[in-house]
Design a binder for this molecule. Structure first.
Ligand code: SAM
Ligand code: SF4
Ligand code: SF4
Length: 347
């Protein structure tokens, strides 16, 4: 560690609610090859939509430098996301660079899985630890409804198989559940992954961004899913693995594996939220629902040294007070309508 960038001895970086900085989610690509209506609806992200130019995105060198500064401040988990991260050319090289940062204990990737089969082995070889693959349905028509008519479940399943084969471990599946759309497919998804070691995690449909026309009626609360699953297979809750774990973990009583529930709407977990987000163009965001971020690319490209960049990060995190999901749950008037889109800062 460069001594100039270290925090003073005994100083622990915490935000205004006493939350440490532990995870950094890096959006490496704002573009996506899907148009999931709950994230990047086609009518908004059409052919003429202006995504970033490649020189507007942080380079691998810039991302690695920023990541190292975060690790020096307590981050142990890095997750690459997007948009679709596997659309970023040369991603394997970035994984290689990040895996060399001393102090990174967990290097993960979230992907829609369409390009995973061809990259899984190289990603693992470069140092990726694990992968989370989004898969909303096994039924082709439902899948395409939720991907904006892109891709097929078979290709995603091939990607998952390739990830297992490559030794990425654990492989997790993320499923956003929308009432009346894919809720009936949850048994098929669980059936498919029981006894495989793959952990399926059901995500409550969230009001991220401003463009998905979020309607609470489409939300299926996790508590309802737990009940429905328990009608078919006995399940029991597990202890949280660590502070800040977003998924509530359950397991099949017959030993078939684990299931997760991410209940950001009905059971907000802001109190333990230790995550910062870096957008593709170098914006630092302290909440998934943030209205604005802090530009790191400007100082990076203007020649700021590590100490200067480190000070910006320290200042932003020390001032952080975000708890959007708790406020939403309380129905408070503070809930903002101005928000950044999820594809941009990464899920
Ligand atoms: N494209 C990659 C993927 O889909 O896995 C990575 C980025 S995506 C924004 C990350 C995760 O956010 C995905 O699992 C996706 O299902 C989830 N997501 C996107 N919009 C959401 C919403 N409105 N509510 C809940 N989860 C959402
Ligand atoms: Fe793309 Fe992922 Fe958003 Fe779907 S959820 S549109 S795959 S970024
Ligand atoms: Fe963290 Fe913001 Fe989500 Fe709360 S709403 S858990 S502070 S990202």
């Amino acid at each position: 560690m460069n001594s100039e960038t270290k925090l003073p001895a005994g100083h622990k970086l915490e935000d205004r609610r006493g939350r440490p900085l532990k995870d950094l989610r890096i959006s490496v690509m704002d573009r996506c090859n899907f148009r999931c209506p709950y994230c990047m609806p086609e009518d908004q992200y059409h052919r003429d939509f202006q995504f970033l130019h490649s020189d507007e995105r942080l380079s691998f060198r810039e991302i690695s430098r920023v990541a190292r500064l975060f690790v020096e401040r307590g981050v142990t988990k890095l997750r690459l996301t997007g948009g679709e991260p596997l659309l970023r050319p040369g991603l394997v090289d970035l994984i290689g660079e990040l895996s060399l940062i001393e102090g990174v204990e967990d290097l993960a990737l979230t992907t829609n899985g369409i390009l995973l089969a061809q990259h899984a082995a190289a990603l693992k070889g470069a140092g990726l630890d694990r992968v989370t693959v989004s898969l909303d349905a096994l039924d082709e028509a439902t899948f395409r409804r939720m991907s904006g008519g892109r891709g097929t479940p078979e290709r995603v399943l091939e990607g998952i198989d390739a990830a297992i084969e490559a030794g990425l471990d654990p492989v997790k599946v993320n499923t956003v559940v929308q009432r009346g759309i894919n809720e009936r497919g949850i048994y098929a998804l669980l059936e498919r992954f029981r006894h495989t070691g793959v952990v399926v995690r059901f995500i409550e449909y969230m009001d991220v961004g401003t463009l998905n026309k979020w309607n609470e009626k489409e939300l299926v609360p996790s508590s309802e899913l737990v009940e429905r699953i328990a009608e078919r297979w006995p399940i029991r809750p597990l202890e949280a693995g660590y502070r800040g774990e977003v998924a509530e973990r359950w397991e099949f009583e017959d030993g078939a594996g684990e299931i997760g529930f991410i209940s950001s709407v009905t059971q907000p977990f802001c109190g333990d939220c230790t995550r910062a987000r870096l957008s593709s163009d170098g914006g630092l965001y302290t909440c998934l629902f943030a209205a604005r971020g802090t530009d790191l690319r400007g100082p990076l490209r203007a020649g700021a040294d590590d100490a200067e960049l480190g000070q910006i990060i320290d200042r932003v995190w020390s001032n952080r007070a975000d708890r959007y999901s708790e406020l939403r749950a309380e129905g408070g008037r503070e809930v903002r309508v101005e928000k950044i889109e999820m594809y941009y800062i990464g899920g």
